[in-house]
Design a protein around this ligand. Sequence first.
Ligand SMILES: [Zn+2]
Length: 471
Amino acid sequence: MLKAGLSVLLAVAAPAVARERTDLLIRHATIVDVASGKTIADQAVAVGGDTISAVGPDSSISRRYTAGRSIDAGGKFVMPGLWDMHVHFGGGPELIEENKNLLPLYVAYGITTVRDCAADISPSVLEWRSAVAEGRLLGPRIFTSGPKLEGYKPIWKGTLEVGTPAEVNAALDRLQAMRVDFVKITDNTLKPDIFLYAVREAERRGMKTSAHTPYALTIVQAADAGLSSIEHVDYLIKAGSPREAQIGATYGAGKLTYGQASDAFVDTFDKAYAAGVYRELAKRHIAVTPTLNMGRILAYLDREDHSKDSALAYIGPGLRKTYDWRIERAAKATPEQVAARHKEYELSKQVMPMLVAAGIPILAGTDAGYLNSFNYPGEGLHEELERYVESGLTPRQALVSATITGPAFLGHGNRYGSIATGKTADIVILDANPLIDIKATRAIDGVILHGKWLDRAALDALLAQAKARAN
Ligand SMILES: [Zn+2]
């Protein structure tokens, strides 16, 4: 008799006892599934530590978990944190602090991961990478190339100068000792055969490569050597010229300047030919970081006044000073050169949907940091995504480039790219649906950074702090 009564009591009490504890519960959220382009209403997301431990209908998840903190995301849109796949931290040792101050700024703009594509303060960037990963520094997760490979005496500072295969081997040994995440190669003075050797050798060692390809090589040659990503969309204009090899050879022979060769690629671009080349590139699994917004800013420096840009307030005086380089170069341009820049940008826009149609993964990246005038850390990525949509990509395709392709490129697709069980809790909560209007990525209500909740007030405090430090 007593035994039967007890078992009834246990049956009633059981569900409450079974509730699991978790750190954070996001409730009544509409989840943006970027891969499918669908939204899923009234979901709850349980976060434990830096990982999403469960996602599902609010009614069932909220019955399963009790949380230290619960966020009501009713009417909000929840998507993965944004990745900026092309930034720079640089400008010399005296700008280390100004660069470090950019880290919380990225977070305030919903950017939870950045890929640093080389500059001249690599030891600091490597230190920040560890500090962020260990929770000692508030910032986006950092992937970095460390110092880039170049030829002898390039215009860039802080490079590893290589001119022989032995020097390439030694440079890659050094990069592997630094545990860099990929290898950046640029072509200011690098010899084409050494470029190809470096790409092949890096691939043999299992390292990804991102590059500015020497003009004397075709983009397909670079892809055949195993290049992992092309930085900047203008190289895809080059690839789309049926005269790419001849113009490259003439440039290689010293009979054309860099600018003349660049204009010749634009003038001889052929859409049907380019579509075929892009399909060939897609087969070789090469990705493209277009940095389209940078192209637009530089192309229209002649007619746009950036002196009142609100985001300038977040940029320190030293970094702001580095902007002069591009401005002075643009100011020296002849009317013909200005017209050529406009033409190149308009062509870049046409290239974007062609790349997507061919199946080439697009990595959203800004080129923000130092030197690249008015291309603001944080703000710049939202502008980049808007440029993609202006060029003909759908908002979903733009979001894919900023949440899915980056982690896949770096081999971390299993931990990032969706709001799903087992993924890293890098989450942005928006006031509007970014699948309908890409500008909604700016309407940030809160960010979960490696499991840490930052509400709008906390993000505003980061912005205020960035502004105070910049002045
Ligand atoms: Zn760059």
